[in-house]
Design a protein around this ligand. Structure first.
Ligand code: ZN
Length: 422
């Protein structure tokens, strides 16, 4: 059956001005036409779905940097428990609830950034099969890291080994094999840790973990398999080496120098600056007894400068929160859009970062309302172009995935439509 969604304004995700009195025609879960209500009319056999006056219809939002394996708790002990006290199957089950919370808050797709045992790949499959209602997911399985690196959990006692947690590799051949094994597990993309923050030398806030040969080998293998590569980065020369050696999407990247900006623009490298998690460092640190590190201050300053440079250079910026670390799943994703606006983006540019750009980063046919794409949509009772914070109010949101209403006013509609079930 054809469904005709009508709203006072339709934002298609491309950055074009909104269509006043717009409509989206959907059939079999896909968009088949977008236009003005007067032009589309009511096609034969279509059912009209009206929205309340003043509503805006836009593509379902996408968060391109989340960690569904973790709760988002501010308590470091809870984070340790998230990792140590829960089996990997239980991680996937818990993650389903987190993913549903994001869906209810208007996020119809999420890119997970690493999961113990690759558990989020199983959740992704369960959602795709219709076993579980949830957002569209992309997952890399386990992140690849050097032994003792950022994701190899260097902060645990040396007698503690978390089996199958991250994927430790050393040397180009090991990274090549690492890519092959994660691809075999079902990875949608490859996650590397190429460089990390450093607090050791004053004024130098980064240090490399992977060497250029390792980065090159991992990227060559991933690209040969048709997979994009994302990397946790910090900045400076190790970030330039990350881009030079083939990484497609840099995460965090607080300190981006001018040469690296030029290189990213030339190569079409994506940037996911994860502004929110940096802000959360400060909000959480306001609690009594907490101190804010010099690194946090320096990265907070640098990230706005890097964002401005990236915007001017036309680099494609995706909206990602790092939900799972100090950022709870669901309630705070919208804040990344607000921070992009604070950093100089227009409201429309922030929406594009959370729709079209993120869909491109994830390699999914969503994020833009155009013929042939998934009808993943969000109806907001209000105008996010006038005030982006309207996205914060879950009471004002109705969420559609594949053309089906999946959440309304904060409530997940948990029955799986027969059309979606396998
Ligand atoms: Zn992260």
């Amino acid at each position: 059956m054809k469904l005709l969604f009508e709203a006072d304004a339709v934002i298609d995700g491309t950055g074009s001005p909104p269509l006043e009195k717009g409509a989206v025609l959907v059939e079999h879960g896909k968009v088949i036409a977008v236009g003005r209500q007067t032009d589309l009319g009511l096609p034969n056999g279509a059912r009209r779905i009206t929205t309340s006056p003043g509503s805006t219809l836009l593509p379902g939002l996408i968060d391109s940097h989340v960690h569904l394996a973790y709760s988002g708790s501010e308590d470091i002990k809870r984070l340790r428990a998230d990792r140590m006290d829960v089996s990997y199957p239980a991680v996937a089950l818990r993650a389903a609830a987190y993913a549903q919370s994001s869906l209810v808050h208007g996020f119809t797709a999420l890119r997970d950034m690493h999961s113990p045992g690759g558990a989020i790949i199983d959740l992704r499959n369960a959602i795709a099969r219709g076993d579980v209602v949830g957002p569209r997911l992309a997952a890399p399985g386990r992140g690849l890291t050097v032994s003792g690196g950022h994701m190899d959990l260097p902060f645990y006692a040396d007698h503690v080994t978390l089996e199958n947690f991250a994927h430790a590799c050393d040397g180009p051949d090991a990274f090549r094999r690492g890519v092959r094994l994660e691809a075999k597990r079902g990875a949608d993309f490859i996650k590397l840790n190429t460089c990390v923050g450093s607090r050791k030398k004053p004024g130098i806030y980064w240090r490399p973990e992977m060497n250029p040969e390792e980065i090159r080998a991992a990227c060559d293998e991933a690209h040969a398999q048709g997979l994009l590569v994302a990397a946790h980065t910090s900045g400076g020369p190790p970030l330039t080496a990350t881009v030079e050696n083939g990484v497609d999407c840099v995460e965090h990247a607080h300190w981006i120098d001018d040469d690296c900006i030029e290189l990213m623009a030339e190569r079409g490298t994506f940037l996911v600056p994860t502004l929110l998690v940096n802000e959360r460092n400060f909000e959480v640190a306001l609690a009594p007894g907490q101190v804010i590190s010099d690194w946090a201050h320096a990265s907070r300053q640098a990230k706005w400068i890097s964002l401005e440079k990236a915007r001017k250079a036309g680099i494609k910026v995706g909206a990602g929160t790092d939900a799972g670390f100090m950022v709870p799943h669901g309630t705070m994703h919208w804040r990344e859009l607000a921070l992009l606006v604070q950093g100089g983006f227009t409201e429309m540019e922030a929406i594009v970062a959370a729709t079209a750009v993120n869909a491109e980063i994830m390699g999914i046919h969503a994020g833009i309302l155009t013929a042939g794409r998934h009808a993943d949509m969000l109806v907001v009772a209000g105008n996010p172009l006038a005030d982006i914070s309207v996205l914060a109010d879950v009471e004002k949101l109705t969420v559609y995935k594949d053309g089906f209403k999946v959440a309304e006013r904060g409530t997940l509609l948990s029955s799986i439509p027969a059309e979606l079930a396998a």
